[in-house]
Design a protein around this ligand. Sequence first.
Ligand SMILES: [Zn+2]
Ligand SMILES: [Zn+2]
Length: 343
Amino acid sequence: MKRKDGWLFVISIISFVLLMGCASDASSDNAEKEESNQVEASSSTSETNEETEEEVENSVDMKVTLLGTGSPVLSMERLGNSTLVEVGDERLLFDVGRGAALRLDQIDISPGMIDKLFVTHLHHDHTVGFADLLITAAVPDPRGNREGDLQVWGPEGTENFVNSTIQAFEVDINTRKQVEGASGLASTVHEIEEGIVYENNGVEVIAFNVDHGPMKPALGYRINYKGRSVVISGDTTYSENLIKHAKDADLLVQEVVVVKGPDEEYQSEAHKNIEAYHTTPEQAGELFKEIDPSLAVFTHIATFLPEHEATIVDRTKAIYDGEVELGEDLMSIEVGEEVTISE
Ligand SMILES: [Zn+2]
Ligand SMILES: [Zn+2]
């Protein structure tokens, strides 16, 4: 071997050793990576299993948000009566009392994201927010504007109420349409009677008559989905038909009115008349015993003396020993395997 050839041979040997070293490092690196991937894969599989189990355990089929738990009585804490039911892909609004659009905004839902409204009856504490819901939907909002009509279901008289309101705001509505090209400012009304009034995507809404004294017709609603059910009593006194339609509901959203304590005198004839077509805490206890809901939550909390509000649940529980809660504005109730309150 010549001297030059000898050097070349030595360099080749060194290169070969270095290359093999790198290769072996690389292969051990790969082995480590594979091992760590396997660990990650197995841990992510177990995480996925845990998540799936958790999801099944906590699966929420319906979410109910009490937007307004008040009555005609003026209150900053309890705005007008309105309840949002989110079920599957559906967003259903039940009544639209004072400040409903503001409460929707507080839970990051623009008025334009609502296009289905169910009205229980035509007292103003359930309807005064209608124009706000309809027209504010035309104000540009990145969260969404209504494309089609606002669909409204309600008892006889609803069509007149909706059309008259639209007529009252005609100048505003026409200007917004012409100048701003706004959509969603029309309304389609379905005047309904007792029975199934809406069916879509597995969601069923049933209207039923309740007893609201001189206010006829007055409706309650039952919303069924995947074997779960939410019932909204509407305004009513003790009603056999409410019991029939609310039987075994997962969640009952129940109206209540307190004009006096059990041993107190009526302060006026008006208070006595008001009580006659609403539900007292004691009547609610009797209703709950028959209905047996997983959870009953009071809404439409009308009291004429502030100290009465704190007595409502106790007065009810003196008669009924199931789960009862006093609703609050923006209280949210999740209905799934369990019925839980999240605020
Ligand atoms: Zn009312
Ligand atoms: Zn009413």
